[in-house]
Design a protein around this ligand. Structure first.
Ligand SMILES: [Zn+2]
Length: 243
């Protein structure tokens, strides 16, 4: 029986970080260092020539580090071929900035190290720094998952929507001047009513409740005025919605 394993979504507890499989890493490393071509025994003999050609082509983007111990990657994208190198010696593609190839199991440690080095500068900056120095195929997803789980970043994250500031409600000046209102969504009745608007007079605690078929501003206003202005137009309405 075969089971299809679907990769868990970024940020979920089962998310698995990427990186080169050890087997793939070692095959490329052996070819670049010793010229050893994989046997490709897993495929039919007639298909091995094509496999070797594809593998050779793929390996053109890799190199061995100066100390001979690590696999490096140096393929540039189109942007890099036009961009000038920092020292002005040519384009970045010509300078061929090498990046360390990262294996499975190493990703979390590397992202954590870079992220802490730059002082928890959230996702965008971490991604830029990691991809400048390291290479594997899912850098962006892995950085996003790591930063989403970083407690320090979550605590320091600027709020997109600042919570509303609570301010004390002054006491009503007279019996009908101040009302509180709630709009509540309820199951639809046979007559097509979906909402209930409830108004309470702040001083007398007099309640008013009216059903509504829709919650457009015009519908709500008609009910508000009908409920509150029989004797006097209110000076203040405090409104909240549970819909
Ligand atoms: Zn962080």
């Amino acid at each position: 029986m075969t089971t299809t394993m679907k990769k868990a979504a970024v940020g979920t507890p089962d998310f698995e970080y990427g990186g080169y499989t050890i087997e793939e890493y070692e095959r490329i490393f052996a070819y670049k260092k010793e010229g050893t071509m994989p046997s490709f025994e897993e495929v039919e003999e007639s298909k091995r020539k094509g496999k070797r050609s594809t593998f050779r082509h793929k390996c053109a983007d890799f190199a061995i580090s100066a100390d001979g111990t690590s696999l490096m990657y140096y393929k540039m994208n189109k942007y890099d071929t036009k961009k000038k190198a920092d020292d002005g010696s040519g384009t970045t593609a010509e300078v061929k900035k090498l990046r360390v190839v990262v294996r499975k199991g190493e990703v979390e440690r590397i992202v954590r190290t870079v992220h802490e080095e730059i002082g928890h500068l959230m996702q965008k900056n971490t991604y830029k720094q990691v991809k400048d120095r390291f290479y594997w195929e899912t850098v962006q997803e892995d950085v996003r998952a790591f930063v989403a789980s970083c407690v320090k970043c979550q605590k320091n994250r600027p709020f997109k929507d600042q919570p509303a500031v609570l301010c004390p409600v002054p006491p009503p000046s007279n019996a009908l001047s101040q009302w509180g209102m709630d709009l509540i969504k309820l199951p639809e009745t046979e007559d097509g009513y979906n909402y209930l608007i409830v108004a309470i007079n702040h001083l007398m605690k007099w309640p008013e409740a009216h059903p509504l078929k829709s919650k457009t501003a015009a519908d709500v206003l008609v009910v508000c005025l009908g409920a509150t202005s029989a004797l006097e137009r209110p000076a203040a309405l405090h409104y909240s919605s549970m819909t």
